[in-house]
Design a protein around this ligand. Structure first.
Ligand SMILES: [Zn+2]
Length: 229
């Protein structure tokens, strides 16, 4: 999707309002739980595949909240309702709590970013305990007790937040060259071939492989996957 320049400008002008809304909510929650989320920088972007994120301070990562104006903005085609917008802010606040609060032992059994510790935090702030965004979710009365015992995640998309560190890891993992020029490889369809050229791309490696008269360009990731089948 190409963002119209006018829309982009309008959305950028909205930032101040969103920032005030988020800070006001986080100050209220901070007061209740003795935390300091309202002091953490909030940044905004134009992501199409995620609504928001919380990045804890780790290594080179600065702690921040981040939200996509394409979802929270007022002047987009299908803006989130106020209830859903606040639910998103609480969803990310619950992630912040996960890292900055003592979690009772009985809520630590399920690992993961959206595991039981996070769901417990959701129950404290009143956020929908689902990692995926659904319209009107904020209006539903949530059964936190069931959510805290339930292992099964709803797999509907789009996802609410993206985990920068995980993505970065995936990206760097996939861009490490695992073959050498001249290596022989086996392809389930084309048979055996020889790597003639290795192209390093951002987030992937493209192999130019000769199968007899045919020269094919194949993503290394794919070849590695089929190798272990
Ligand atoms: Zn999340």
């Amino acid at each position: 999707m190409r963002i119209d320049e006018n829309i982009r400008r309008l959305l950028e002008n909205e930032v101040k309002i969103h920032l005030a809304e988020i800070r006001f909510l986080y100050e209220k929650l901070d007061h209740k739980f003795g935390l300091h989320a309202a002091r953490i920088p909030v940044t905004f972007g134009f992501e199409e595949d995620s609504l928001g994120s919380y990045t804890p301070k780790a290594g080179q990562n600065e702690e921040e909240f981040h939200f996509s104006l394409l979802f929270i903005g007022y002047c987009v085609e299908n803006p989130l309702s106020k209830g859903d917008r606040f639910d998103l802010y609480k969803h990310e606040y619950a992630h912040y709590m996960q890292y900055n609060m003592e979690i009772p032992k009985k809520y630590t059994w399920q690992p993961g970013i959206h595991g039981s510790a996070w769901k417990y935090c959701c129950s404290l702030v009143g956020a929908a305990p689902t990692p995926y965004y659904k319209v009107g979710e904020s209006l539903i009365k949530h059964d936190y007790d069931a959510a805290l015992k339930n292992k099964i995640h709803d797999k509907s998309i789009p996802i609410r937040d993206r985990y920068n560190r995980q993505k970065e890891y995936e990206r760097s993992k996939n861009s490490i060259v695992k073959y050498n020029k001249g290596d022989m490889v086996n392809h389930p369809k084309f048979g055996s071939g020889t790597i003639e050229q290795i192209e390093k791309l951002e987030g992937s490696v493209r192999l130019h492989i000769r199968f007899g008269d045919d020269l094919k360009k194949i993503d290394q990731k794919w070849l590695l996957r089929t190798k272990y089948k």
